[in-house]
Design a protein around this ligand. Sequence first.
Ligand SMILES: Cc1ncc(C[n+]2csc(CCOP(=O)(O)OP(=O)(O)O)c2C)c(N)n1
Ligand SMILES: [Mg+2]
Length: 762
Amino acid sequence: MNFGHIGPDRTAISAYCAYLEPVSKDTNRPIMDRATIVHDNFLRRVARGDLPQGSAPAGPLTPGLAVSIYRSSCLTRALDRTSRAMQAAGQGFYTIGSSGHEGMAAVAAALRPTDMAFLHYRDAAFQIQRAEQVPGQTITWDMLLSFACSTQDPISGGRHKVLGSKALTIPPQTSTIASHLPKAVGAAYSVGLAKRIRPEHQALPDDAIIMCSFGDASANHSTAQGAINTACWTAFQKVPLPLLFVCEDNGIGISTKTPDGWIAASFAQRPGLKYFHCDGLDIYETFRIASEAAEYVRTRRKPAFLHIRTIRLYGHAGADVPTTYLPKSEVEAEEANDPLLHTVRLLDAAGALTPDQALAIYRSTGERVQRISEEAITRPRLHSAEEVMASIIPPPRENAPTNGTAPEARAETFGNDLKAANQPQIMSRLINFALTDLMLDHPEIVMMGEDIGRKGGVYGVTQKLSQRFGRARMIDTLLDEQSILGLGLGMAQNGLLPIPEIQFLAYLHNAEDQLRGEGATLPFFSNGQYTNPMVLRIAGLGYQKGFGGHFHNDNSVAVLRDIPGLILCCPSNGPNAARLLRECVRLAREEQRLVVFLEPIALYGMRDLHEAGDGGWLGTYPAADERIGFGEVTTTGAGKDLAIISFANGAYLSHQAQERLESEGIAARVIDLNWLSPLPEDAMLAATKGCRHVLIVDETRASGGIADALMTVFAEQDAEKRPLARISALNSFIPTGPAYAATMPSLDQIMTAARKLVGAKS
Ligand SMILES: Cc1ncc(C[n+]2csc(CCOP(=O)(O)OP(=O)(O)O)c2C)c(N)n1
Ligand SMILES: [Mg+2]
């Protein structure tokens, strides 16, 4: 089948139409999958007036809104059926249904379209109903384009069948369970903060609330548990957090049942979290309770947990057949409780719509969706790698020009440190000065991390910042890395510029999906419409004399280097750290990039280079306009015998080696990479021009380390084809005690490798 055509392909359309009412080849009768069974049941039972029992309609839902919710429910149902037909015809590529969860339309109706919603994948009804609240929406068309993976899909540009919409304040979600909860907490926290800071790119109104939904099985995920705990911890201290969690409890996750009563038992009595419960099969009750919950969150600025009963029709997703793991009687009992049937009964009882009218709406909606789908499948799809990758790097954004900070204000903030800036300083202080200037210049910068405020960080890098800028901008978080990153991602949704800190590189790993699965994919799946600019500071790498072992000396950055779009920067000395940090913040602020700034702990306090007391690794604070541009390397010396390429501690050791090699008659230059991902390939190759040999010194581990990539660059791109060698750390964890550096490159190793490479005798 040709997916690449641009104009309408009538053959494809007629082939597709055959799938809309699938017929068995053997019996020539319609194929009865669960979706067809549910559809037939609906038609038959409404026609007969055979509707399930339930409470009478009660509460503030008006007839007009009730009918609108019913229409959204019918559309949800029709889209589910059509998406299956599209997939069967090879015209749609992913089906995960919302049938049974139509009650979420009533939740949407209880919220405002400016309340940012981070949605569960079963929330088509929510999005459809929200579209009713915003003029000019073409929701059916938009969703069908998303099913068809068309480039015209307004949310992902054809990259995924995903819920989401810029106009509806619904950022698209990955399907990684619960990974959106931490940033929902961050977005909720941002609302109050933005009121004080007024960031230029503020996106949410001051009275907005954040909504975040997930399934009953998802509620068990450590990411969900962590985020909900963070919300409780925050609210418990009376910090405003307008966040509505919505747990859609259909009693099952794929094939694993949630124990009866588990969600209520787990969440009904959490500190700081108000619990609400409603039956999602009853749109009147759902609207009433969701409105109460929204009102509570909006007026009290506190989190709430809305537990909504739903059912799951047609199994988990397209290929899942629920009768393979559930008794058929159970599946049929659920189907008999179809929420659409309940809604028809309720609308009839309320005098809002007769069953005949309801049936007519159901039928006409199905026909309309089918008609529109025939057009949607003719729309262009992505072809080339270039098209796919076009949104990995977000678009730049305009920022109002600033004149910088007035000298008097700066002098007042820095105090005595202003004098110190003109004297040679260690790296940690120069980073501190740079952060001070950046926070002065950009009031939207907010930092968050463990012990960064009152204590000023484990290594003192953020000392005094809390006094200088207040605790609202220097947030001492609870001990949960996922929540720290989620706070950052979420705050960025509201125009704040987060600089989170992870205390040690080894502690990034339990949270890295927040960068990998959430942060980096957001521009990709939203076609650049949603971004989460941030600069994540991480203290890491090895060589801390005798201290801490692996957990404080992790020397692998492999997990950061393969994340598309992520920038990894790593300084080796104080002045360059300041220059690079400024560029990182510029990249985040102006180009909306996700940046990691890796600070080599062992160099934080490094003073001397060649001998005790020489102060060779100290530096003065660079002038405010000095930056090292993205992709620029720093070269020391102009020797032509050897180019040593390194970064961080390796660059420090290489500078030591440079002088010793000089005394042996080997003229070397040291090229400090500054940027570890993407690698500054062009600048690096240019900096080695005319050098007869190249030595790579890489303190990360041999497997998955930087040297692997550098060797490849030289193998593929080096016009000069010169002899090349590398030193990497061994594939080991770092021990504490006297052997702390035994597995990593040493000065002696560099000397030996350099001599060997240039053919010199030692
Ligand atoms: C981190 C992660 N682990 C596993 C999965 C695979 N998975 C997708 S949906 C799902 C079940 C979720 O059930 P529930 O939260 O109850 O939502 P429902 O589908 O019932 O609406 C699982 C295990 C995933 N998407 N992400
Ligand atoms: Mg479930």
